[in-house]
Design a binder for this molecule. Structure first.
Ligand SMILES: *Cc1c(COP(=O)(O)O)cnc(C)c1O
Length: 420
């Protein structure tokens, strides 16, 4: 459920007509609904009511806007970060350092050191050497780093290959069969409190079965590690729950997910950690765009919109589907291709799709653009960096400016030897 709906024939976000945002901020622009974010945060937490000890770490990479993070901090969410930049955002939003988990397959020594200095709550180790390096940095400063080992359960998440992370050939985690040996060698190190294990098998999962299979493997590993004398107090179950991008698609609900988790982890006696990203942010945002031209072609007409692949990369990157809807639909439909102004054919949002009839100048939205939308935006083709707006009730605020090409140009320079 979201808060983007037609009121008197025109789409609003909560109490604010999208037309008003387009007039005042221009297009393209991301529009987020605070009420939807809050609802998703609540529904995910409620779904896990059967899990007594839990920690919720919102995966910042899904939507790292500072205002969004502030809103989620107020909902009691910590963060899962994958870079120092994300760590800075979480701290700036008021999330306690101790509620932040540091994931990522390529944390540099500098990043490990800075995160330790900031007092981050947990390091999710991706390889043995990272653990020994972290232990040495911590011991050197008389600190102890809380850490878990990310394992690769070799489960096919059944999602797009580029966002599958739990198959043996993926770059993430250590093979489950290596975990015991790594624990034996890392656990005794001063400076490290290796307290558990982590997994994250992929994103946009449409079924619970792969998650359940992975969780069962982790449960068996916890038993094996305990039998070997290791104290396991934390298990990080990652993120990955998918959201419907197409009207009518049905996905497992947070309640169904939570019931599965409670059933599978019964008796584990650990604090369970969760890293939801898309399921919190996906349906909380749209990309508002204006139709520039409707261009007749050899086949279907091309609806050329002012949003492009640099603003919303998912269709070009993952062949992803985003529903497209007119802000003021007439009720009539047309079959069209939808594309942006960028000079490559990859800048296409849809082919041969039945959509609301639109004409030059009309406003429209790409739905379900709250996750992996603005965060992946670039300035390719020297376009402006797309701005973001947060709506709450009948008010809205620009929460990220449109960064103009002049500003980006100002950070570039011609070396002296080329100036003459
Ligand atoms: C991307 C990521 C997540 C969030 O994934 P979603 O599918 O958005 O829930 C969680 N944990 C890790 C380690 C990730 O890389």
């Amino acid at each position: 459920m979201d808060h983007f709906a037609l009121v008197d024939g025109a789409m609003q976000c909560e109490g604010v007509p999208l037309q008003r945002i387009a007039n005042e901020v221009g297009t393209p622009v991301y529009v987020y609904s605070a009420a939807t974010f809050e609802r998703h945060a609540q529904v995910f937490r409620d779904g896990l009511a059967g899990v007594k000890r839990k920690h919720l770490a919102y995966a910042i990479k899904a939507n790292p806007n500072l205002a969004v993070l502030r809103l989620l901090a107020k909902q009691g969410y910590g963060a899962d970060v994958v870079s120092l930049g994300e760590m800075q955002r979480a701290l700036a939003a008021g999330m306690p350092a101790s509620d932040i988990v540091f994931s990522g397959v390529g944390k540099t020594v500098g990043e490990l050191s800075a995160a330790l200095h900031a007092g981050l709550g947990q390091f999710n180790l991706e390889l043995e050497e990272e653990g020994s390096v972290l232990a040495a940095i911590a011991a050197d400063r008389g600190l102890v780093a809380d850490a878990v080992l990310r394992v690769n359960p070799d489960v096919d998440a059944g999602t797009h290959a580029k966002i599958s992370t739990g198959k043996a050939e993926n770059k993430f985690g250590v093979p489950i069969s290596d975990a015991r040996g790594i624990f034996d060698r890392l656990a005794p190190l001063a400076g490290l409190n290796l307290r558990g294990v982590a997994i994250h098998i992929g994103s946009q999962l449409s079924e619970l079965a792969p998650l359940e299979a992975a969780y069962r493997r982790i449960g068996a590993l916890v038993q094996e590690l305990r039998a070997a004398g290791h104290a396991i107090t934390h298990v990080d179950l990652g993120g990955g729950l998918g959201v419907p991008y197409k009207e009518g698609d049905v996905f497992p609900s947070p309640a169904e997910y939570g019931a599965m988790v409670a059933r599978v982890t019964d008796g584990w006696d650990v604090e369970l950690m969760f890293e939801p990203g898309r399921v919190i942010a996906g349906n909380a945002g749209v990309l508002l765009t204006r139709v520039i031209w409707v261009k007749p072609g050899a086949g279907n007409p091309y609806v050329i919109v002012d949003a492009a692949m640099n603003d919303l990369a998912r269709p070009a990157m993952y062949d992803a589907w985003h529903d497209f809807a007119a802000v003021r639909p007439t009720g009539e439909k047309m079959i069209a291709n939808i594309a942006g102004p960028v000079c490559e054919s990859g800048d296409t949002f849809a082919m041969g799709r039945e959509i609301d009839v639109v004409k030059s100048g009309d406003l429209a939205v790409f739905r379900t653009a709250g996750a992996y939308g603005a965060t992946m935006a670039s300035t390719y083709n020297s376009r402006a960096l797309v701005p973001e707006v947060l709506v709450s009730g009948d008010k809205f605020a620009v929460v990220a400016d449109r960064i103009q090409p002049e500003t980006i140009l100002a950070a570039e320079r011609v070396p002296e030897w080329l100036q003459a």
